[in-house]
Design a protein around this ligand. Structure first.
Ligand SMILES: Cc1cc2nc3c(=O)[nH]c(=O)nc-3n(C[C@H](O)[C@H](O)[C@H](O)COP(=O)(O)O)c2cc1C
Length: 300
């Protein structure tokens, strides 16, 4: 039973991969399964310069999910390329998630990643403030998204996946802008901004006051966004939000996603990706169907 899927110029042996920031560089999960069996390894977001991230506490567990305000802490691209060299031993795609605080920063990181032989394709996180334009988030404005994607794409040869922020409200116009500007795939979506207050102290629980909400509780909302965008765009959609069970992943395929990313669930079950791949194989065999028949098979 083949689970192969094509996303732009990449062939994935199956449609399951980790979500950025929840799987380290991938190497941290070596003890839990063979990374070569994954459709891809997606690494934690990297930027031009190292980033120390936000003040603690940075994590808050809630019913149905978690809030995080890691603040995109990372070691910077110069040190990160050494980690990438190590990932080269795995026979799967290496997708590098990256971000910047200006167009120039995005372009500079993208060029370095494009020149690295281990990198299969780039995943651009656009949930970041554009410091030069008053701190407005890149990913909430269709025009800003178009310019960002177009300019980055001009400077690279490899495929560019664009990962949307659900905080944009209407994701269809954002997804269209990314597609028109040259994205090979759209990843839907990042975390939802939220907060938690400690009623005893009347203080926010997170050091950064607010953070990104992820986990099972967001799945119905992200599923809705995937459904809306799938009808409007032609490039593949990679769904990401709250996947824990095979049924969660199947729902995303049925509304039109070509592949899925698993995030928060890696923290509670580090074997989950390998388990989902096996369950998917069994499901397709039992139903005597194929992944391509499943994708977009929603009946209304
Ligand atoms: C601790 C943590 C760190 C994250 N770091 C990144 C990151 O560096 N880049 C990015 O694009 N998304 C990041 N995300 C968002 C996830 O990749 C994913 O989009 C989100 O958590 C929704 O999926 P989930 O509900 O399966 O976790 C992070 C999420 C968490 C929980």
């Amino acid at each position: 039973m083949s689970l192969k899927v094509r996303i732009g110029n990449l062939e994935l042996k199956n449609p399951f991969m980790p979500a950025s920031g929840t799987f380290g560089s991938g190497l941290e999960y070596e003890d839990f399964g063979n990374l070569s069996e994954l459709g891809a390894i997606v690494t934690k977001g990297v930027s031009l310069n190292p980033k120390i991230g936000n003040k603690p506490p940075r994590i808050c567990e809630l019913p149905g999910g978690m809030l995080n305000s890691i603040g995109l802490e990372n070691i910077g691209i110069e040190k990160f390329v050494k980690v990438l060299d190590e990932l080269g031993k795995y026979e799967t795609n290496v997708i590098v998630n990256f971000f910047g605080n200006s167009l120039e920063e995005y372009i500079e990181v993208a060029k370095i990643l494009d020149g690295h032989n281990v990198v299969s394709c780039l995943e651009m996180n656009i949930s970041c403030p554009n410091i030069k334009e008053g701190g407005m988030c890149f990913g909430t404005d269709p025009n800003m998204v178009y310019t960002l994607v177009k300019e980055v794409k001009k400077n690279i040869q490899k495929d560019l996946w664009v990962k949307l922020t659900p905080n944009a409200g209407n994701l269809i116009s954002i997804a269209r802008s990314a597609e028109d500007a040259g994205a090979s795939a759209i990843v839907i979506a990042n975390t939802y901004t939220g907060m938690k207050v400690d009623v005893a102290t009347k203080r926010p629980v997170l050091g950064n006051i607010f953070g990104g909400y992820s986990g099972p509780v967001i799945k119905p909302i992200t599923l809705y966004h995937v459904f809306c965008c799938a009808k409007e765009i032609n490039v593949p959609i990679i769904a990401c939000g709250g996947i824990v069970t095979l049924e969660d992943a199947l729902e995303y395929f049925i509304v039109g996603a070509s592949a899925v990313q698993v995030g928060t669930a890696n923290f509670t079950n580090p074997h989950i990706l390998w388990e989902l791949i096996k369950k998917m194989e069994s499901y397709l065999r039992a139903e005597n169907t194929s992944l391509s028949d499943l994708v977009g098979s929603l009946k209304i």
